[in-house]
Design a protein around this ligand. Structure first.
Ligand code: RTP
Ligand code: MG
Length: 140
């Protein structure tokens, strides 16, 4: 399988509860390498632009407010099949449906406050990585 890169965000509910290290351990245990990482506080406008694909969904306003409510950690994960692998490590969107051992099963509070974001395709990974990082910041 090809080596891929995917964009991950440790969301406000998790940074607030000091879970960054525990979540990063899950990625590293799964063979994903953190090749870029920074802590930032998104503005509403930045959150809105990042989640533009969900503009028409009922939860869009709430989602953007949540993402701008506290700092987040944005990161690029690299590894074999990293996009799908990260989605597996994250678990289902709703923690009630997430498998044992996944990040969302262990840490998420609700479908909204679900601790992590991960790109869902090669196309979104490319867009989302370049949204936050320049090529110089990716250190494989
Ligand atoms: P993400 O994009 O954050 O990795 O999550 P996902 O692919 O598993 O889920 P997606 O459908 O893309 O939804 C994006 C985020 O919006 C919030 N959400 N809230 N209240 C709701 O019904 C609802 N549905 C989704 C979640 O925080 C989800 O991660
Ligand atoms: Mg998504």
């Amino acid at each position: 399988m090809a080596i891929e890169r995917t964009l991950s965000i440790i969301k406000p509910d998790a940074t607030k509860r000091n879970l960054t290290g525990k979540i990063n351990a899950k990625f590293e245990e799964a063979g994903l390498r953190i090749v870029a990482q920074k802590r930032i506080h998104l503005t509403m406008a930045q959150a809105g632009q990042f989640y533009a694909e969900h503009k028409e969904r009922g939860f869009y306003g709430e989602l953007c407010e949540f993402m701008a409510s506290e700092p987040v950690v944005v990161q690029v994960l690299e590894g074999e099949g990293a996009i799908l692998k990260n989605r597996e490590v994250m678990g289902a969107t709703n923690p009630a449906n997430a498998a044992d051992g996944t990040i969302r099963k262990e840490f998420a509070l609700s479908v909204g406050e679900n601790s992590v974001h991960g790109s869902d395709s090669e196309t979104s990974a490319a867009r989302e990585i370049s949204f936050f990082f320049s090529g110089l910041e990716l250190v494989g």
